[in-house]
Design a protein around this ligand. Structure first.
Ligand code: ATP
Ligand code: MG
Length: 382
């Protein structure tokens, strides 16, 4: 705790108070898989200039800090929002890939993968150590690679649209890990190229005055392919990026949210429904397109929820099931502890060896939704 106070420039008692207020939380499971780390704490809420998900570590070499990935605000209508925000000049339109946010860094002699809330994830770290060359960090020790982890074998967001069977990392940002300063898009491209990494596709570079027209086309196309949307950036990365998503992606989020309706916050659902209203308005939809949107939205909300009710009525639990693949059974054991630390209730299948790795089914048990449905099916009033 003393090192946290020192890194955040606080008194020790102020750091202890942060922990009592649950802003600060111990974040390390000690394990030989994390040989460089002696201790770690993370911020569960934004604190001063430090973002939620900021990680503070004690390594064999001293203390260190990895800043949380900042929030990206959303446009509800592209026009005039983009012009109001970016003012003039070109904007870079990147694909917003749909996986989970990972900051890849090094401590000591190893690569580590930190998820959004500031946990060091053993599963993600095992993959990152195979896919990201350590040389990147040898040459750029102060940088972090901000990536979307996507693929089918994902513990948190499994998607098949990207054609990735296992899990892979797509860099969308390169930042100074202590200050969170983002490097310009051009430099990111150069580094990605130099170290043979993968990058979230850059779909267009366009004058901001024309951007809304181009992006409407792009987003319609992405949506029809089951892809999520775009993030619009200033090439120098001096202004904050803005995100915008396809209707199909909003609806796919809503399917999850209503299938597990008691685990998700109401604001998560509400904001996604509001987006649909603004998008329909801006896209100037005709009667048929509007009817199609209404059908899509209604199905997304109702069908998965009804599935959950059916499952509970048959005596089953509501679960989210994902397929995972570990190279090492030790990392699997560590991942089980990790998931518990994250506060998930989970069940795992027995690992089955397949081509030298171990396939496991990971069921996240949605206890709150299961119990809620169960009490109502048993006759309780809302
Ligand atoms: P946020 O607080 O950033 O809004 P969120 O979890 O609600 O967080 P999303 O709605 O998924 O996030 O949108 C932001 C996230 O999109 C980023 O945190 C990042 O993980 C992901 N992302 C995917 N592709 C890109 C990209 N090209 N540029 C920036 N972020 C991207
Ligand atoms: Mg996301």
């Amino acid at each position: 705790m003393k090192f946290v106070a020192e890194v955040l420039k606080l008194s020790k008692s102020a750091a202890i108070r942060l922990e009592e207020r649950r802003v600060l939380r111990q974040a390390l499971i000690k394990h030989p898989f994390f040989p460089d780390l002696l201790d770690a704490y993370k911020l569960d809420k934004k604190f001063g200039e430090y973002e939620e998900g900021t990680l503070i570590v004690k390594t064999k070499d001293g203390y260190d800090l990895v800043r949380g990935y900042p929030k990206i605000r959303r446009a509800l209508t592209l026009y005039p929002t983009l012009i109001k925000h970016f003012k003039e000049g070109d904007v870079v339109v990147e694909e917003k890939m749909n996986g989970y946010n990972v900051r890849i860094v090094h401590f000591g002699n190893n690569v580590y993968a930190i998820t959004r809330r500031g946990y060091i994830c053993p599963y993600t770290t095992e993959k990152a150590r195979k896919l990201v060359p350590f040389d990147f960090f040898k040459d750029n020790p102060d940088l972090m690679l901000c990536c979307e982890a996507v693929g089918e074998e994902s513990p948190f967001v499994s998607k098949s649209v990207y054609g990735i069977k296992n899990l892979d990392f797509f860099v969308f940002g390169v930042r100074q890990r202590r200050t969170n300063k983002a490097l310009p898009v051009k430099i990111k491209e150069r580094l990605v190229d130099e170290y043979s990494l993968k990058m979230s596709p850059i779909l267009d570079v366009v004058d901001v005055r024309m951007a809304h027209e181009k992006i409407i086309e792009i987003v319609k196309e992405l949506g029809s392919e089951g892809r999520e949307g775009v993030v619009i950036k200033d090439g120098e990365m001096l202004k904050n990026p803005i995100k915008y998503t396809a209707s199909q992606s909003n609806c796919s989020d809503l399917s999850f949210a209503f299938r597990f309706f008691n685990e998700y916050g109401r604001n998560f659902m509400f904001s996604r429904i509001i987006r649909e209203g603004f998008q329909s308005f801006e896209f100037c939809e005709d009667e048929d397109e509007l009817t199609e949107r209404c059908r899509r939205l209604g199905e997304a909300i109702l069908k998965p929820m009804i599935d959950s009710i059916k499952e509970v009525s048959e005596g089953k639990k509501v679960v989210e099931r994902n397929r995972l693949r570990f190279d090492s059974l030790e990392v699997f054991e560590l991942f089980k502890k990790h998931v518990k630390k994250m506060g998930f209730e989970a069940a795992f299948s027995n690992p089955v060896e397949e081509d030298g790795s171990f396939v496991v089914y990971f069921d996240r048990i949605m206890r709150s939704t299961t119990d809620k449905i169960s009490t109502h099916l048993g006759g309780d009033l809302w």
